[in-house]
Design a protein around this ligand. Structure first.
Ligand SMILES: Cc1ncc(COP(=O)(O)O)c(C=O)c1O
Length: 331
């Protein structure tokens, strides 16, 4: 069976790619109808941002028979590490979380590209605990929701602004974990970018170096070589970022990490973003300046093509260990 592909023109989100929330959620130990997966208004994570999350994709396989969870173990390992930082007991091992996610896809009868959103959070004060902000004396919970969601960034590339909101230092808010409260910085940056007519924001850290985009890592191509900022630049070291570095090696493209400033990005031959949500998205303009030719360059195109085939199990390279298949029951 052919894989349906959505063509999106620059700046257009197609109706087919608009997220549709799946009917069943995993919520605090049970699979329940989404409408029943409610939380009290007193939820601590809502009050103080003390939650952690992940974004995971399950992509329709090239043969159309399965959904392929992409690097789901890596995502849940990061989730468990994020939980540990906030003293959240996820109540499950990584393998159990993977099994729960596969079961969630099956229960929803998911048969199209799906985005999964695990959330671990501080819930309510335990008896005898003092009220107020803190991480102990509070109960923990985990929920997972699923959305039908295809590509939502235009393959022809996006336009970015540079945020006036600075990426906080990792010593202030842990940037290597996906902590819900920390995302207020990303939301402010994205809000500013959209208000100015851009598709996304590039954030600098407090040393003036490029950190990342609102929910994606940044790569520049200079003289055929890939560079991306190191984790010490106050960014989330993305799983897609790692994937692209491996795929670059497969293609014989040299890749490295180093700090760089905005002028280096503006002068790059090519720039692209990587993330579970955005996939590999070319950046064709930053602050009104075209990047390179103003169109996706050859390195970006080659990597985007290999990435697109890899996540659907259609690439020749041996990265099948990244894929966890869930067979589609077409009943
Ligand atoms: C701030 C931030 N940086 C980078 C990424 C890319 O990470 P990944 O490739 O693991 O999805 C994300 C998305 O999760 C993000 O939210």
């Amino acid at each position: 069976m052919a894989v349906p592909t959505a063509t999106i023109e620059p700046g257009q989100a197609s109706a087919a790619t608009r997220p549709a929330v799946a009917a069943v959620a995993y919520h605090r130990g049970d699979f329940v109808p989404l409408a029943e997966a409610a939380l009290p208004l007193t939820t601590q994570a809502l009050q103080y941002g003390t939650g952690v999350f992940e974004g995971i994709r399950a992509n329709l396989s090239a043969d159309g028979d399965s959904l392929l969870l992409f690097r789901v173990h890596d995502h849940f390992e990061r989730f468990v590490r994020s939980c540990r930082l906030l003293r959240i007991d996820p109540g499950h091992t990584v393998d159990e979380l993977v099994d729960i996610t596969c079961e969630l896809l099956r229960r929803n009868g998911s048969a199209t590209d799906t985005y999964l959103r695990p959330l671990g959070y501080k819930l309510g004060l335990l008896p005898g605990s003092r009220p107020g902000v803190g991480l102990t004396g509070v109960s923990d919970a985990v929920s997972i929701t699923a959305f039908a969601m295809g590509a939502y960034m235009p393959a022809a590339g996006i336009r970015c602004g540079v945020s006036s909101w600075v990426r906080p230092r990792g010593a202030a808010v842990p940037m290597r974990a996906k902590v819900t409260g920390g995302y207020v910085n990303n939301a402010l940056a994205m809000d500013e970018a959209r208000a100015a007519g851009y598709d996304d924001a590039i954030l600098l850290n407090d040393r003036g170096h490029v950190a990342e985009a609102s929910t994606a890592n940044v790569f520049a191509v200079a003289a055929g070589r890939l560079i991306t900022p190191p984790p010490t630049a106050d960014l989330l070291p993305g799983i897609t970022r790692d994937t692209v570095s491996v795929l670059a090696a497969d293609l014989g493209i040299e890749a490295g990490e180093r700090d760089f400033a905005l002028p280096d990005l503006l002068a790059a031959d090519e720039v692209f973003l990587t993330g579970t949500g955005v996939g590999l998205t070319p950046v064709v303009e930053i602050c009104g300046r075209p990047i390179g030719s103003g169109h996706p360059g050859p390195v970006t195109r080659d990597l985007a093509d290999l990435y697109a085939r890899t996540i659907r199990g259609g690439a020749p390279a041996p990265h099948d260990h990244w894929l966890t298949p869930v067979r589609i029951d077409r009943g």
